[in-house]
Design a protein around this ligand. Structure first.
Ligand code: CP
Ligand code: NVA
Length: 312
């Protein structure tokens, strides 16, 4: 595999930055990279390249999977933590964008403000990959759908029910729903729905069935996948007590999984707060594929980066 630099950088900030064909090709490549990794086949498409990773928020999976993944494919990854750059505070985003992209071949950023990642990409001379913002988490949902495909063998007649906060994870599920056809239900308390314009945009694609529900038991009926996430995301931890009250009845527990029916898989982007949005029992159950989705982050992200560098 030979990658090159291009004059016009291509970014991965939203799942909709890729076409349906590109998403499916990314899954195929991720499968190939994973198979090679399992037997430690030598493959170094990122040889002599460096990845700058900017983190304004904490991370386990994103940092480890990007850093390890880029290294495994021959490159070098630099970790720039919240105190190193202080993006948008120590200097303007558009300034640091040009500085970092002058040294590196690709950038991954985890930021608070989505406008900052858009600005970073606008001024970067190299591809920028979104490693989560307050608005969305595209790499996560790409890895999740890849994981579902791995488990089911296909994505036919798929129903994914998300139970919890209509947050950045849900926005990326909605982005994916306008590229691949599936049935997506978000069951959340009133006042915690995903952004209306994101729902409207996903419905406008007329590809997937999209429902916003308030009854979790109704929502999970016949679901192939029941998905949840924390009730208070990074940057919202001060609202945790109030949110805990609002989300009573939205825990993905044994009773809710039973209502989903036999064979339903349980997913969570992690980190999980056991005892809140889900239970220890569900996390450890046979239905749980949370560690498979975490593992697949590395292979799917590597495939995304290869695609960005191939097409420029
Ligand atoms: N799922 C996920 O992005 O995990 P981290 O916050 O640990 O990176
Ligand atoms: N919604 C969570 C996802 C963490 C991966 C957050 O933003 O904190």
């Amino acid at each position: 595999m030979c990658l090159s630099r291009h004059f016009m950088s291509r970014h991965f900030l939203h799942i909709t930055d890729f076409t349906k064909q590109e998403i499916l090709a990314t899954f195929d490549l991720a499968q190939e990279l994973k198979a090679k990794f399992k037997v430690r086949t030598e493959d170094k498409p990122f040889k002599n390249m460096s990845l700058a990773m900017i983190f304004a928020k904490p991370s386990a999976r994103t940092r480890i999977s990007f850093e390890t993944g880029f290294f495994r494919l021959g490159g070098h990854a630099l970790y720039l933590g919240p105190n190193d750059i202080a993006i948008g505070q120590r200097e303007a985003v558009k300034d640091i964008a040009r500085v970092i992209s002058g040294y590196n071949d690709i950038i991954m950023a985890r930021l608070f403000d989505h406008a900052h990642i858009l600005e970073l990409a606008q001024y970067s001379k190299v591809p920028v990959v979104n490693g989560l913002t307050d608005f969305n988490h595209p790499c996560q949902i790409m890895a999740d759908m890849f994981t579902i495909k791995e488990h089911r063998g296909n994505l036919d007649h798929l129903k994914v029910t998300y139970v919890g906060d209509g947050n950045n994870i849900v926005h990326s599920w909605l982005e994916l729903a306008s590229r691949l056809p599936f049935h997506f239900v978000c069951a959340c308390p009133e006042g915690y729905e995903p952004k209306r314009d994101v729902v409207t945009e996903a419905k406008r694609a007329e590809l997937s069935t999209i429902e916003i529900e308030h009854d979790p038991f109704k929502a999970v009926k016949d679901a192939d996948v029941v998905y949840t996430d924390v009730w208070a995301s990074m940057g919202q931890k001060h609202e945790a007590a109030q949110r805990e009250k609002a989300f009573q009845g939205y825990q993905v527990n044994e009773a809710l999984m039973a209502a989903a029916g036999k064979g339903a898989l349980f997913m969570h982007c992690l980190p999980a707060e056991r005892g809140r949005e889900t239970t220890d029992g569900v996390m450890e159950s046979k239905a749980s594929i949370v560690f498979d989705e975490a593992e697949n982050r590395m292979h799917v992200q590597n495939a995304i980066m290869v695609k960005l560098m191939q097409h420029g």
